[in-house]
Design a protein around this ligand. Structure first.
Ligand code: GUN
Length: 299
């Protein structure tokens, strides 16, 4: 059996950041200031701290300004709201990202709803979500947009393809389905209550797995030649014996890579794309906020 092509998300993300850096330089020349991204982190979650540090570093590497705001674990809703209001009003800030999940006592949706839709680089406000559902241009959540870019690079035109998205989260599953629909795919959204999931997945030319369950999607669920995009990032538990501590996706890579046409690895697939798309969204927002023309679809 031939082995599937492994889609190199790290290299793709590096190319995308290169394009963003060029646009950031021309933005600075035209606007007389750098494009700016503000990231808000509440609490000490180790994974979130790693992501936020990495976002800040890559923002600066691309020639944009990074503003990091850290609030203590017990920060109040009022404090967080006031910070979002300040960032909304700050002309040096083009994009605002509040790192999720927030501590339990905070109302996540209320915070997201407060972000100025023109600065919503995460694409999570009701305004951005509504525009995506209506098929209007706007800021789109980073992970699904990164998945779409990789799919288009593999397949070119996606129209008429059967796509199955496993997972219905606000951050990935739902916006992914909207994006694929916009590309004229026939889209199925599968989730924990879906009957006979293996059979549903077997119909798909495109599989996007975003459920957060290690190696749930097995090789014999995959239609030969299908493109498999694995959004899962799961760290195996001590009970997994020899593989404990290993990062794996939602797809059993070793099995699926003998059947798929192309597949994203974990790590090094979708993960690196998310930050690159965040930077892409920031430079798009910056141009819009300054009234400068930019063909966002061409990036
Ligand atoms: N936490 C994990 N992924 C994301 C993301 O894409 N955006 C935000 N705001 N938080 C996250």
């Amino acid at each position: 059996m031939t082995l599937a092509k492994t889609i190199d998300g790290k290299a793709f993300a590096a190319r995308l950041r290169g394009r963003v850096a060029e646009l950031a330089a021309s933005f600075e020349e035209q606007a007389g200031r750098k494009a700016g991204l503000a990231v808000v982190l509440v609490g000490e979650d180790p994974a979130s701290q790693v992501y936020v540090r990495s976002k800040g570093r890559k923002t600066v590497e691309c020639g944009m300004a990074s503003f990091e705001h850290k609030l203590p674990e017990d920060a109040s809703q009022e404090t967080l709201n006031a910070l979002v209001d300040t960032l909304n009003a700050d002309p040096a800030v083009d994009g605002i990202l509040v790192q999720l999940p927030l501590p339990d006592h905070l109302d996540e949706q209320a915070v997201v709803d407060r972000i100025d839709p023109n600065k919503d680089v995460d694409g999570l406000t009701p305004a951005s979500t509504g525009r995506l559902a209506l098929g209007l241009p706007g800021l789109v959540p980073c992970t699904p947009l990164g998945c779409l870019m990789m799919l288009k690079e593999q397949l070119g035109d996606l129209s008429g393809r059967d796509a199955v998205v496993i997972g219905r989260s606000i951050l990935v599953g739902k916006p992914m389905a909207q994006l694929l629909l916009k590309e004229s795919c026939t889209v199925t959204i599968a989730h924990s209550r879906t009957k006979d999931l293996p059979e549903v997945v077997r119909r798909a030319d495109i599989v996007v797995a975003a459920v957060g369950r290690p190696k749930m999607v097995k090789g014999d669920w995959i239609k030969p030649g299908a493109i498999v995009i694995d959004v899962g990032i799961n760290r195996l538990a001590p009970a997994d014996g020899a593989e404990k501590g290993k990062l794996v996706g939602d797809v059993d890579f070793d099995e699926a890579s003998h059947i798929a046409g192309a597949i994203t690895p974990v790590p090094g697939g979708v993960g690196p794309m998310t930050i690159a798309v965040l930077l892409r969204n920031t430079i798009v927002a910056a141009h819009r906020n300054e009234g400068l023309v930019l063909d966002a679809d061409a990036i």
